[in-house]
Design a protein around this ligand. Structure first.
Ligand SMILES: O=C(O)CCC(=O)C(=O)O
Length: 288
């Protein structure tokens, strides 16, 4: 595990005792969560917001494709798992609506601005500094959490959707395009939850997707908030339980996020994951 220069742990996880079923490995990820202030400059955020504005202005989403994105099991099965639009979204830029909001996928591969940020020397240096040897980009999303009605993202572990063997090989990179504060739906985490395995898995099934296991009813008091200012970056361990709440404020809360898998040392991407690399878009190496 590499050191974390200029990063600071949000929470000393070791002070949160819990069942110690560690998923880490010699090539495992750093602690559950670290954040860096001002990773992107104001200008970089503005350029990305400008670009997403153009993409959205050009978007043409047929009515039957207006699929909602949700981390909640029943909604997910209803809205995502049964739709071809969702299952074939891994290698395309596609739009997903969540309760009055939408997000957008595969930007890291198809859009020059987002590809440039994802593979930028500073992202590469950061990911190297936390010890990843052969990271590949498995997905990306631009999340609009609109003022007044931006939907909640219910508690989940990213490994539920992006499962690997061994565990401990998925890392989320989440960048605030706008201030993400308590009032407009910042991220929340359960300290130490990345050491307890994966509660549920979403797998491909003949009729779309289904879940193995279920998400525990997490006690809200376990979550700690992580407000970050525009340009701040958060690294999210694939097994840490996290969420964000509805945005009922006047303030928009946009974020760009992508997920990496450490492909070194024989990591196996589950063939049961909803998201699969395709011939058109194999998971691109980050370090190019
Ligand atoms: O931005 C959010 O509200 C949730 C993001 C998230 O869950 C993720 O990037 O894994």
């Amino acid at each position: 595990m590499g050191s974390l220069p200029e990063l600071f742990p949000i929470q000393p996880w070791s002070q949160h005792p819990g069942p110690a079923v560690s998923c880490s490995s010699p090539h495992g990820l750093p602690e559950s969560l670290t954040a860096q202030k001002g990773f992107l400059t104001e200008d970089e955020c503005v350029a990305m917001q400008h670009r997403i504005g153009e993409i959205v202005a050009e978007m043409d989403v047929p009515l039957h494709c207006r699929t909602e994105f949700s981390t909640q099991e029943d909604e997910q099965l209803r809205n995502q798992g049964s739709t071809e639009y969702f299952l074939s979204s891994g290698d395309k830029i596609r739009f997903f609506f969540e309760k009055g909001v939408f997000d957008k996928k595969a930007l890291h591969a198809h859009d020059p601005v987002f590809r440039g940020v994802t593979h930028s020397p500073k992202v590469q240096a950061l990911v190297r500094s936390v010890g990843l040897q052969m990271p590949v980009v498995v997905q990306s999303m631009y999340i609009f959490k609109q003022p007044h009605f931006g939907g909640e993202v219910s508690p989940h572990q990213d490994a539920t959707f992006l499962y690997t063997e061994p565990l401990g090989r998925v890392l989320g990179v989440w960048i605030a395009m706008e201030d993400a504060l308590l009032e407009n739906g910042c991220l929340w985490f359960i300290p130490g939850s990345h050491t307890r395995g994966v509660s549920r898995r979403m797998i491909r099934a003949p009729a779309g997707t289904s879940f193995l296991g279920s998400e525990p009813a997490w006690d809200n008091n376990l979550f700690v908030p992580l407000p970050v200012r525009r340009g701040g970056l958060v690294l999210i361990h694939g097994e840490v339980v996290h969420k964000s709440e509805q945005n009922l404020s006047n303030l928009s809360r946009q974020a760009y996020t992508f997920h990496l898998m450490e492909a070194a040392a024989g990591t196996v991407w589950s063939p049961e994951n909803w998201l699969q690399p395709t011939t058109e878009l194999p998971f691109p190496p980050l370090y190019v």
